[in-house]
Design a protein around this ligand. Structure first.
Ligand code: GCO
Length: 263
């Protein structure tokens, strides 16, 4: 039997209308899953459904603010009514605000914590009862290099992603006995809209300093693509990872292992 086959499984990808979430949703659908995603607006959901169709797969979009527990509970109930219990949850929705910490308002810091850490708690709490009833479940938290490392201007994001790493380990600890595996994917530096400002070419056409920096720190010598994250996510969503729990799988081209190319 193909251990990577997700046929018959229902997957929910939060923030799955674009970028990394869309790539993961398409990959899970191509592995056989029935894919649902949420977005914050009807318009974004419609754009998302169209993007999935252009990729050759069907997906169902749900409007829900993942920081609002009542909205998330209602979304999970609607998904269960529409297609069944959520077997696979990918906590992908995330925001970043790059502001020097001493310039950052508490409101901005809290917003990042709400979306990047509290929302995964809310969504996991909403799907775990159904997973327990069903006798299995997969929760995949999209962590970050910043689950392990800090850098200037990303204090809130690093605090949230560090917390998400430990929430991953705690869900593993608390619900592993119910055959729920909770793991993380730690993307390296991926070429997305979110990192576009870090790759903006200079006025003279040369690489952005941060772009050059990441290339020098990555053994693979390139930025990752959203496609690089799909296989690892299908693995963690499938029976092939039934004895993998509480692990953050870094998909980073080797950054975390490498001191960096000598200048
Ligand atoms: C940044 C980047 C990173 C990446 C990603 C790395 O400002 O350093 O946005 O945070 O987005 O999280 O794993």
């Amino acid at each position: 039997m193909n251990q990577f086959d997700l046929t018959g499984k229902v997957a929910l990808v939060t923030g799955g209308a674009h970028s990394i979430g869309l790539a993961l949703g398409v990959g899970l659908a191509k592995a056989g899953a029935t894919v649902c995603f949420n977005s914050s607006s009807q318009a974004s959901c419609e754009r998302g459904v169209k993007a999935y169709a252009e990729a050759g797969v069907q997906a169902r979009g749900y409007v829900a603010d993942v920081t609002d527990e009542a909205a998330v509970q209602a979304m999970i109930a609607q998904i269960e009514a529409d297609v069944g219990t959520v077997d696979i949850l990918v906590n992908n929705a995330g925001v970043i605000k790059r502001i020097p910490m001493t310039d950052m308002s508490v409101e901005d810091f809290s917003k990042v914590i709400d979306v990047d850490l509290i929302a995964p708690f809310i969504c996991s709490k909403a799907v775990i009862p159904g997973m327990i009833k069903k006798g299995h479940g997969k929760i995949i938290n999209i962590c970050s290099m910043m689950s392990e490392l800090g850098r200037e201007t990303v204090s809130a994001y690093a605090a949230a992603k560090g917390g998400l790493k430990m929430l991953t380990k705690n869900i593993c600890s608390e619900y592993g006995g119910a055959n729920i595996q909770c793991n993380g994917i730690g993307p390296g530096y991926i070429a997305t809209q979110q990192t576009a400002p870090l790759r903006e070419p200079q006025s003279d056409g040369s690489r952005h300093p941060f772009d050059q920096f990441i290339i020098s720190k990555t053994p693979a010598g390139r930025w990752g693509t959203t496609e690089d994250l799909v296989g690892p996510t299908v693995f963690l969503a499938s029976d092939a990872s039934n004895f993998v729990n509480g692990h953050i799988l870094y998909v980073d081209g080797g950054i975390l292992a490498y001191i960096g190319k000598q200048p």
